[in-house]
Design a binder for this molecule. Structure first.
Ligand SMILES: NC(=O)c1ccc[n+]([C@@H]2O[C@H](COP(=O)([O-])OP(=O)(O)OC[C@H]3O[C@@H](n4cnc5c(N)ncnc54)[C@H](O)[C@@H]3O)[C@@H](O)[C@H]2O)c1
Ligand SMILES: O=C/C=C/C=C(\O)C(=O)O
Length: 487
């Protein structure tokens, strides 16, 4: 008997050992549509008991058909998952926008197609990989083989739910592991459907599991503490990463972290201002600014500062804030009440810190319900203002002028984050020089969020541990074993 309710047709229940199920204690929590504050349904709330069941199923599945399956067959299953995601694109995009408040054009053109591509990419990549071998004179031959890490816990954030969950699950499965996924509590629906898609594509029971719930004292914490979980891949806030590292320490789990950022967007006066503006509108406000890679710290060379600010403010005022299902909408709703109030708090702080709100600055008029915030540009803040240093994770950017290259590099690097950066200049030597000096794992020159999935993706400092993408994903999701044969 199902204890969950739904207004969307999706029963957000756990998926354990190939079957949907409720929590043993029948506990559920409410899922709300942030665009209108209406209830989307209730979600099974998992805890230690459900995590124990899921980890047990995943551990058993490691030694079943999944282990003996030829690589090419596993690759075909991954490709089928990607195909099925595309077949259900419109349904999945609708669910994603209902859960997150993001505009439907974004779910339909970025989130869901990229989720499918994540599987298609690794379905190909896994069949091309080699390892290494060394001839030790006529004494011995050494060769390395890749083995699965084992049972992997995947803990997911709420901003790009299906894009990020599949970015982890695809290489996890490609490397022969089994998975227990803990979706973010705010965005349960596409993860629930993903489990069904995996089963339909031929993934054996127990290989993919989903347990819904919260972080502390709930499914998330139970997953990080479970002794039979061999690795945890986490994407989320830096502070949460610290908590997970402590929980995983006793069993020395392998960890992969994609964490927070406060990413600089450095604009030199010789850049093409129209090109800069077109991309900077996206890098500032796409997904309501709820993207870890958003360029929320904008630095403009003084000679271009006034013109940039004037044109940037004008273009920002054109952005339509509203119903995620209206094709004209560019800025949807924030993920929920708590985050909405947190971002509004930063707008109050910006005023207290002496900032000038050039556009935006609060809730747009005319909205009775929903967690909407205007795209906001703040100038005249000191480099050490909290709004310049802290991740706000909303449609809020600061703009600061600079005079010298060394000065802006020093400001940019004066941060405990080091995730990404954009650099705008037509001076080739300066582009290489500044990119080399900026402390970030991902640097874009004259572009933003242009992705090649073979590249190392991740942050340095407190923005992450490890890298995802291509071989880097396999470095995490497999164990290299060296075998030495005496001749
Ligand atoms: N670097 C990246 O690639 C990347 C991508 C997306 C989001 N992020 C970051 O994620 C943050 C926003 O996402 P969020 O609010 O969902 O992050 P969050 O840290 O609040 O939660 C992320 C996930 O961790 C779980 N969780 C929370 N506390 C936990 C605990 N103690 N033990 C186990 N699990 C726990 C949550 O339930 C959720 O599923 C931002 O800081 C953003 O920069 C980073
Ligand atoms: O909000 C963070 C976005 C992360 C994006 C990726 O992990 C990616 O494009 O692979």
């Amino acid at each position: 008997m199902k204890t969950v309710t739904t207004a969307t047709g999706i029963d957000c229940r756990h998926f354990i050992n190939g079957q949907y199920r409720d929590s043993a204690n029948n506990k559920t929590f409410i899922n709300t549509n942030p665009a209108n504050e209406e209830v989307l349904g209730s979600v099974a709330e998992g805890g230690k008991e459900e995590i124990d069941l899921a980890v047990g199923a995943a551990k058993r599945a490691l030694n079943g058909r999944w282990k003996t399956m030829p690589l090419v067959e596993r690759s075909k299953i991954l490709r089928k998952i990607g195909d099925l995601i595309l077949e259900r694109k419109d349904e999945l995009a609708r669910l994603e926008s209902l859960d997150t408040g993001k505009p439907i054009w974004l779910s339909s053109t970025i989130d869901i197609p990229r989720a499918a591509y994540n599987f298609h990419f690794f379905a190909d990549y896994m069949t091309t990989m080699g390892t290494e071998a060394y001839q030790h004179d006529d004494v011995a031959i050494n060769y390395a083989v890749r083995k699965p890490v084992g049972v992997v816990g995947l803990i997911n954030p709420w901003n790009l739910p299906m894009l990020l969950l599949t970015w982890k699950l695809a290489p996890c499965l490609a490397a022969g592991n089994t998975a227990v996924m803990k979706p973010a509590e705010w965005t349960p629906m596409t993860a629930t459907v993903l489990a069904e898609i995996c089963k339909e594509a031929g993934v054996p029971d127990g290989v993919v599991n989903v347990v819904h719930g919260f972080g502390p004292d709930s499914a998330g914490a139970a997953l990080t503490e479970h002794p039979d979980v061999d690795a945890i891949t986490f994407t989320g806030e830096t502070s949460t990463g610290t908590a997970i590292m402590k929980a995983a320490a006793n069993s020395l789990k392998k960890l992969s972290y994609e964490l927070g950022g406060k990413n600089p967007n450095i604009i030199f006066a010789d850049s093409d201002l129209d090109e800069v503006l077109e991309t900077t509108i996206k890098s500032s406000f796409i997904n309501q600014g709820e993207v870890c890679l958003c360029g929320s710290r904008i630095y403009v060379e003084r000679a271009a500062y006034d013109e940039f600010v004037e044109k940037f403010v004008a273009k920002t005022k054109e952005l339509v804030v509203g119903d995620p299902f209206d094709e004209k909408t560019k800025i949807g709703a924030m993920i929920g009440k708590e985050h909405y109030e947190r971002v509004l708090g930063y707008l109050d702080l910006a005023r207290e810190e002496g900032g000038t709100i050039r556009t935006g600055g609060g809730r747009p008029k005319g909205f009775e319900k929903g967690y909407y915030i205007e795209p906001t540009i703040i100038t005249d803040l000191d480099r050490n203002a909290r709004c310049v240093r802290e991740e706000i994770f909303g449609p809020v950017v600061t703009v600061i002028p600079f005079d010298l290259e060394d000065e802006v590099i020093a400001q940019v690097n004066d941060s405990h984050y080091g995730l990404s950066a954009s650099i705008w200049t037509n001076d080739l030597r300066r582009a290489h020089r500044v990119a080399n000096e900026v402390e970030a794992g991902i640097i874009w020159v004259n572009t933003w969020f242009l992705r090649d999935l073979r590249t190392p993706f991740g942050g340095m400092k407190q923005s992450g541990i490890g890298r995802e993408g291509g071989m880097h994903s396999f470095e995490f999701y497999s164990e290299l074993k060296n075998i030495c044969i005496k001749l």
